[in-house]
Ligand binder design. Structure first.
Ligand SMILES: [Zn+2]
Ligand SMILES: [Zn+2]
Length: 174
C-alpha cells in the first residue's frame, strides 16, 4: 500500500462511482518521516476524484514539561477533490482548474495523497506535547522530576498576587 494511486479506471467510470482503498505510507513533516495508515473512499466527481477518509499515526516527541520520550497518537481526516488534468477516455489535456490552488491528478492519472496528509498532520499537532495531561514536569530550580517525587525546594512565591498586594497597600495609603 502507498499514498499514491492510479485512478485511470475510476476516471473511466460514471460520476458517482466509488471504491475503497486502504492507505499506508510515509510523509515527511518538518524533516521527520511519519507513518500513517487508514481507510479512504475515492468518489468519481464531475472534474476528478473526491477522496475522504480517516488516517492515524504515531508521533515521536518529548514531553514539553518533563522531557521524557513520548509517542503520541495523531488522527487526521482528509476530504479533498483532486482535479483531472488529462481526459481518461481521450488522453486529451483538460483545461486547468479554475482554482489555481486545486489539488491535481497528474498526467499519468496518479493521485498523490502525500501533500494533503502532510498538511492535515501539521494542522493536527498540539502546540505543546505532553506525556499526559497532568504531568507535573521538572522543578525549575533543582530539575527533579516531580512525577517521581517532590523535591526539597521551598514553594515558589506566586508573582501574580504580590503585584495585587502592593497595589492594595498603595490604595490604603492614599
Ligand atoms: Zn511529562
Ligand atoms: Zn526543586
Amino acid at each position: 500500500m502507498s499514498l499514491q494511486f492510479n485512478v485511470l479506471t475510476l476516471l473511466r467510470e460514471p460520476i458517482g462511482s466509488a471504491n475503497h482503498h486502504g492507505v499506508e505510507g510515509d510523509v515527511l513533516v518538518d524533516g521527520t518521516r511519519q507513518h500513517v495508515s487508514g481507510e479512504t473512499t475515492f468518489l468519481r466527481t464531475q472534474d476528478g476524484v473526491l477522496v475522504t477518509g480517516g488516517l492515524a499515526g504515531e508521533r515521536q516527541d518529548i514531553c514539553s514539561r518533563c522531557l521524557r520520550d513520548v509517542s503520541l497518537p495523531v488522527e487526521i481526516e482528509i476530504g479533498d477533490e483532486y482535479v483531472a488534468t488529462v481526459d481518461a477516455q481521450t488522453d486529451a489535456k483538460l483545461a486547468p482548474p479554475e482554482e489555481p490552488e486545486a489539488l491535481r491528478i497528474d498526467e499519468t492519472q496518479t493521485l498523490d495523497l502525500q501533500e494533503a496528509v502532510r498538511q492535515a498532520w501539521t494542522a493536527a499537532l498540539p502546540l505543546r506535547s505532553l506525556c499526559r495531561q497532568e504531568c507535573k514536569g521538572l522543578c525549575s530550580r533543582c530539575g527533579q522530576d516531580l512525577n517521581e517525587s517532590d523535591c526539597a525546594c521551598p514553594p515558589e512565591a506566586d508573582d501574580r498576587w504580590s503585584g495585587l498586594q502592593a497595589l492594595a497597600k498603595d490604595m490604603k495609603g492614599s
